[in-house]
Structure formats: C-alpha cells, structure tokens
Design a protein around this ligand. Structure first.
Ligand code: UT7
Length: 319
C-alpha cells in the first residue's frame, strides 16, 4: 500500500508588521476590541511589489531545504490561493518558473481558507495513485490587496503570508486520511464578488462577509469533520496530539477545542500574530510547531480548515 508523508515544511511572512494600534489610526477601532473579539494583535503585510508567488517561493525554498530534496525531484506543484498573482496563468505555474523547474504538473486550488487542506488531500491522493513520488504543496495569500481598508468589520481580521510542505511517497503513513466538503448554498456569505469584465471590475472588488454566519458555521463543521476523521481512523479525541485549525478567530478555535474536549495546550495558535491568512494559515502554523519541536515523530496531527464557499475539510497525519 502506498502512502504519502510530509518530509519538510517551510513558511514565510512579509517583513512589514501592522499592529492593532496602527489600525486605530486607519479606522474607528481599538486594540481592545480586536483582541477581545478575535485574539489578533498584529498581522504581516506584503510589500507593494510582492506577489503571492513571491511569498510561495520563499516558503517553498525553506520546505525544500528542510526536506533535503533537489528542486528537480518535485513531480507536482499545487498552490492553494484566493489571491493569485493574476487571473491566469496559475500561481503554481509562476512558482514553478521561479523555482527553475519544468514539466511537472502545476495548478492552483481555490477553496479559500480550506485551500491548503484541499491541496494537501489532492496531492496525497495523487501520490497514493502512483502518479509521482514527491509533491510541493503551498498555501500563499496576500489578503491586504482584497480588503477595504475603510471597512473596520473586515480589514482588522486578515494578514499576508505563505506556508509550504514537501510530501514524498512512503510505505507507511504519513497522511492517514483526508475528508473534504463543500456547501455552495452559502457562497454569498463570504467572498470577493467583483468580476473582471470588459477591462474593468464589475461589482465590489473587496472582501465581504457575514461574520456571525461564518462564525457559527465554522464552529459546527470544525467539530463535525474532526469527529468524522477520528471515526474513519478508529481513533478517539484523546488520540489527537496536535490540533492545527484554520486561524481565523481565537474564539472559533477555543470553541472547537472545547467541543472536542481538547486542552488549548494541544492546539497550535498563530492567529494572535498572523491574523487570518486564509489558505496560508494552516501550513504557517504547522511549520512553526514543527520547527519549535512541539510536533514529534509518532504524533497525531489533525489539520482542519473552513472557509468561503463554504468549504471545509481535514487531513489527519501520523508524524
Ligand atoms: O476564514 C473565515 C473568514 N472569516 C471568519 O472566520 C470570521 C468569522 N467571524 C468572526 O470572527 C466574528 O463574527 C467577527 C470578529 C467578524 C465579529 O465579531 P462579533 O463578536 O460577531 O461582533 P459583531 O459582528 O456582532 O459586532 C459587534 C459590534 C458591532 O457594533 P454594534 O452593531 O453592536 O453597535 C460592530 O459594528 O462591533 C462593531 N465592530 C467593531 N468595533 C470596533 C465591528 N468591527 C469592529 C472593529 N472595531 N474592528
């Protein structure tokens, strides 16, 4: 039986940091409100010249170095992003060119904040099916470009960044299972409705969101998909060594942990420093917890995401 295993992780955050105090000068908000409602204290913001593929490149280089592979060994590139460099070609193809390799398939996955989980699940199935030996999976986002910086209800919530993993074919898991879902009937609750049309943009080119609806839905499905995943692997809640949920709001994360009976010491939290980096949030948090030694061989690591669409899903890993 063929499996896949993560053999290297990497991440990148743009240098510029925007604190809640900085935001107080831009919109009618306070550090106290943002911290109390979301847990966020700061976020990283990309330089005007940086593109999602640039952030992806830095994260990928670090993951490739950690994996100890040659860039030419990569047989598949998947980039999860909602903020691609351009409408097309895909950010994955642009990343491939920046990495200096050719020929392997490269494509983007558009599943918003679940994007990394969707991309990792896809790459895992690709490897299990014997289509390649080694894949690069990236989540990269520049949300600062799609925020209305006059809208306090959204602009305080997001940040920019990228995370990447290298996965290789393995005789033992590795990735134990993945579980993906979507319900498009919620597509109007979270999105950027603007359309590129006849040389302009038709509709609002900024992120809009029904925050309350997203909040309730997220807490519900993050519990459901965690239980579905444990059930599929005949594991119990106490078998989870690390929960790495999408980082949107510390209150969503705390509510999910409570429902799963998990102490917050078993949950990797980065939302306080990164804010919500959409498809990048899970690989950013994963890289942090791998590099600081929290995640150790044999640990069960549960990744779970939820986002626009709505989409949601999980990947369970035996590290
Ligand atoms: O990755 C998925 C993407 N999105 C999410 O996961 C977001 C999910 N939702 C949330 O995280 C929360 O719903 C929010 C953080 C967006 C909002 O928190 P809330 O506790 O649901 O607050 P609220 O929307 O009920 O707003 C409370 C009040 C409102 O004022 P009134 O109507 O009570 O007078 C807002 O106008 O807070 C006001 N408000 C703000 N005040 C200061 C909204 N944004 C701000 C702000 N600063 N930045």
């Amino acid at each position: 039986m063929a499996y896949s295993r993560i053999v290297g992780t990497g991440s990148y955050l743009p240098k510029k940091v925007l604190t809640n105090r900085d935001l107080e000068k831009l919109v009618d908000t306070t550090d106290e409100w943002i911290v109390a409602r979301t847990g966020i204290t700061q976020r990283h913001i990309a330089d005007d010249q940086e593109l999602a593929s640039d952030l992806a490149l830095e994260a990928s280089r670090r993951a490739i170095e950690a994996a100890g592979i040659k860039t030419e060994d990569i047989g598949l590139i998947i980039v999860a992003t909602t903020t691609p460099d351009v409408v097309f070609p895909s950010t994955a193809c642009i990343l491939q060119a920046k990495l200096g390799i050719k020929h392997c398939p490269a494509f983007d996955v558009q599943a918003v904040c679940s994007g990394f989980v969707y991309a990792l699940a896809t790459a895992d199935l690709y490897l299990r099916a014997g289509q390649c030996e080694c894949a690069l999976v990236v989540g990269a986002e520049i949300y600062s470009r799609i925020l209305d910086w006059k809208d306090r209800s959204t602009c305080v919530l997001f940040g920019d960044g990228a995370g990447a993993v290298v996965i290789k074919k393995s005789d033992t898991p590795g990735i134990l299972s993945s579980h993906l879902h979507a319900d498009g009937s919620y597509h109007q609750d979270l999105g950027v409705p603007g359309q590129v049309c006849h040389g302009g943009v038709r509709g609002r080119p900024f992120l809009i969101m029904d925050g309350g609806a997203v909040f309730k839905f997220a807490v519900k499905v993050l519990e459901e998909v965690a239980l579905e995943t444990l059930d599929a692997n005949k594991l119990g809640k106490s078998d989870i060594d690390w929960l790495i949920p999408h980082q949107a709001n510390v209150r969503i994360i705390q509510a999910t942990a409570k429902k799963l009976g998990l102490d917050m010491s078993k949950v990797v939290v980065t939302v306080d420093r990164h804010a919500n980096t959409s498809a990048a949030s899970i690989p950013l948090a994963l890289d942090l917890a791998v590099r600081d030694g929290r995640i150790k061989p044999g640990h069960h690591v549960l990744l779970e995401g939820v986002g626009g669409g709505f989409t949601w899903g999980s990947v369970l890993i035996r590290w």
